[in-house]
Design a binder for this molecule. Structure first.
Ligand code: F6P
Length: 325
C-alpha cells in the first residue's frame, strides 16, 4: 500500500504545447485514485519560494486545448545549488507534498535526478519539450505541435521564395538537437538540412546547392539553431559570398514554435503519460521518466533519459538527398 497522499505537479524549463494536457491528466488521475494534488508554480523557482496551489478537477477544466502552461515555468539557477534544493525540500514538507511529477526536458530531469538522490522524495518525470531530445520516448510532448507550426510557416515562406526566385535559410529551434530541423526539412521539401548531429560543414552545403537542379526557382535550407557551422545569418553570409547571384534571405522562426494549440498527437501523448506517471508513483517508481516507445508506456531512469546521444536516423538524411533533386 503506497504512503503517497499528496502529489506535487510542476512544469519547468521551456514550455511546450501539451503541457496543460499533461497537468490535467496528472491532476485528474490523482483525484481518481483519491489523492490530493498540489500545483507548484514556476517550476523549481516556485518550489523554492513556496508557490503552491491546491488543484481540484475544476482547476484543470478547459485547458487540454491550450498552449503554454497554466502553472507557468522557469529556469532556476537557485535550484542548481544545494542551498536552493534544501529550501525547496523544506517547502515540500511544509505543504505535505510527498511525491512529485515534473514535466520538462533535460534541465528539469537533471535537477530531479540530483534532488531525488539528496532527499527522500519519489519523483517521476514527463517528457515535455519541443526539442524531442530525450532518450526513452519516441516523441516528447510538444514536438508534434512544434513541427507542424514550422511546416505551416515554411510553406508560406516557400510561396514567397518561389515568386521571387529566392534562396531562404530558415532557422528553427533545438538547443542541442537537429530533430526539429530534420523532420520539418523533409516535410517542407528543403534542399538541404544543417543539423549539429551530422557535423555538416559549409562546403557540404555548397556541394548540395551545386548538385541541385539549376532551374529550380526557390530553395529552402533548414538550419537547426545549434548547428556548428553557425546560425542562419552566418550561413547566409557565406552563401552570399560564394554565390553572389543567389537572392538569399534569412528567416528565424523563433518562439512561435513553442506556442499554439497542441496537436491531437501531443494531447493524447500528454494524457497517456500523465495517467501513467501517477500510477507509476503509486506502484513504487521513482527517479524515472515515463515515455512511450513503440506505443507502450516505458520508464527510463533520469540519468539515461538526459543522455545527449539522440541518434539521427540515417535513412531520413538520405531521403533529403534523394528528394531534393
Ligand atoms: O528547449 C526548448 C527550447 O525552445 C530550445 O529549442 C531553445 O534553444 C530554448 O528552449 C530557448 O529557450 P528560451 O525561451 O529560454 O530562450
Amino acid at each position: 500500500m503506497s504512503q503517497i497522499k499528496n502529489i506535487g505537479v510542476f512544469t519547468s524549463g521551456g514550455d511546450a504545447p501539451g503541457m496543460n494536457a499533461a497537468i490535467r491528466a496528472v491532476v485528474r488521475t490523482a483525484i481518481y485514485y483519491e489523492l490530493n494534488v498540489t500545483g507548484i508554480r514556476r517550476g523549481y523557482e516556485g518550489m523554492i519560494n513556496g508557490e503552491m496551489v491546491p488543484m481540484d478537477r475544476k482547476s484543470v477544466s478547459n485547458i487540454i486545448q491550450r498552449g503554454g502552461t497554466i502553472l507557468k515555468t522557469a529556469r532556476s539557477d537557485q535550484f542548481k545549488t544545494p542551498e536552493g534544493r534544501k529550501l525547496a525540500y523544506g517547502q515540500l514538507k511544509k505543504h505535505n507534498i510527498d511525491a512529485l511529477v515534473g514535466i520538462g526536458g533535460d534541465g528539469t530531469f537533471t535537477g530531479a535526478k540530483i534532488f531525488g538522490q539528496e532527499y527522500d522524495i519519489p519523483i517521476v518525470g514527463l517528457p515535455g519539450t519541443i526539442d524531442n531530445d530525450l532518450q526513452g520516448t519516441d516523441f516528447t510532448i510538444g514536438y508534434d505541435t512544434a513541427i507542424n507550426t514550422v511546416i505551416d510557416a515554411v510553406d508560406k515562406i516557400r510561396d514567397t521564395a518561389e515568386s521571387h526566385d529566392r534562396l531562404f535559410i530558415v532557422e528553427v529551434m533545438g538547443r542541442d538537437s537537429g530533430l526539429i530541423a530534420l523532420r520539418t526539412g523533409i516535410a517542407a521539401g528543403a534542399e538541404a538540412i544543417l543539423i549539429p548531429e551530422t557535423k555538416t560543414n559549409i562546403n557540404a552545403l555548397f556541394d548540395r546547392l551545386e548538385r541541385g537542379r539549376k532551374d529550380k526557382s526557390s530553395k529552402i535550407v533548414m538550419v537547426a539553431e545549434a548547428e556548428e557551422a553557425g546560425g542562419a545569418f552566418e550561413i547566409a553570409q557565406q552563401v552570399k559570398d560564394k554565390y553572389p547571384n543567389y537572392d538569399t534571405r534569412v528567416s528565424i522562426l523563433g518562439h512561435i514554435q513553442r506556442g499554439g494549440r497542441p496537436s491531437c498527437m501531443d494531447r493524447v501523448l500528454a494524457s497517456r503519460v500523465g495517467v501513467a506517471a501517477v500510477e507509476a508513483l503509486l506502484g513504487g517508481h521513482r527517479n524515472e521518466m515515463v515515455g512511450v516507445v513503440h506505443n507502450e508506456i516505458t520508464y527510463t531512469p533520469f540519468d539515461s533519459a538526459i543522455k545527449h546521444n539522440t541518434d539521427i536516423n540515417p535513412n531520413l538524411l538520405k531521403i533529403v538527398e534523394i528528394l531534393s533533386l
